[in-house]
Design a protein. Structure first.
Length: 262
């Protein structure tokens, strides 16, 4: 996919799928990311991107070939929305210093990331943009790589029409495999303490996210953020709770865990 986007084969889409290498410190994850590019293209590699400066971050899309988000788990929740925006942008729209016109810059960059922490995915809308790979030992980076052969194989696959994007089946498999790398939010953990998903039509009850939040407020005697009802609904879908649409809104099929209050 990275090679196909360098060749400009998908001008309407950016390469939004990013591998995340997860493993202990000293496993040479960052070195592996760097040597994915041959020496003559390594000027297009960076492991330094500032999400606080949105214009600089967008400029990186046209400046680099591969961007390594080192210590991926350090990205704040407020920055993750902008990261998703970057991952799917096919071009960067920028204004030159002291200029007035917006200029469209072609995107070349693909993304990869590393982390020492396993529970690094926190987005309640899912993790289909990331391929989490657990590194169980030091990577052998002291090797001679035949870059001509490596990229020739990629170009041959592209020319033969092999798919370089994920379809719905791939994304479903990816979502399943990424579950062990997801970090449940405090609200999700609280929900799982007091509720579980109903497995059959005859058991449990149907409740809206507001009703569930109100129930948790009453039981915990704590003030929960009612203004995050929409966010909570996405979290319930991520947890695999069955839902249905009714006039009063979306309802979720749950069982109240009474043993939590004994």
């Amino acid at each position: 996919s990275m090679t196909a986007h360098w060749r400009g084969l998908a001008r309407q889409h950016g390469n939004s799928t990013s591998p995340l290498l997860v493993g202990a410190q000293g496993y040479r994850k960052s070195t592996f990311c760097r040597i994915l590019l041959p020496p003559e293209l390594r000027f297009g590699y960076t492991d330094s991107i500032d999400f606080k400066s949105k214009q600089d971050a967008e400029r990186s899309l046209g400046r680099f070939f591969l961007i390594n988000i080192d210590e991926f788990d350090q990205i704040s929740v407020s920055q993750q929305g902008f990261l998703k925006h970057l991952l799917q942008k096919p071009v960067a729209n920028l204004r030159k210093p002291y200029g007035t016109a917006i200029q469209e810059i072609r995107r070349y960059a693909s993304f990869i990331g590393t982390s020492n922490q396993k529970d690094l995915l926190t987005d309640p809308s899912g993790s289909r943009r990331f391929i989490c790979i657990e590194v169980t030992g030091p990577i052998n980076t002291n090797v001679t790589i035949n870059y001509r052969q490596l990229y020739a194989q990629a170009m041959t696959a592209i020319s033969q029409g092999e798919r370089y994007w994920l379809d719905d089946t791939d994304e479903a498999i990816l979502k399943q495999s990424n579950q062990e790398f997801e970090q449940p939010t405090p609200l999700e953990q609280l929900f799982l303490c007091h509720f579980q998903a109903a497995q059959t039509e005859d058991e449990g009850t149907w409740m809206t996210p507001m009703e569930i939040l109100s129930f948790l407020q009453k039981k915990t005697k704590d003030r929960l953020a009612i203004n995050k009802v929409a966010y909570f609904g996405r979290a319930l879908r991520k947890l695999g709770i069955s839902s249905r649409r009714r006039n009063r809104g979306t309802e979720y099929h749950v069982i109240i865990n009474e043993t939590a209050f004994q």
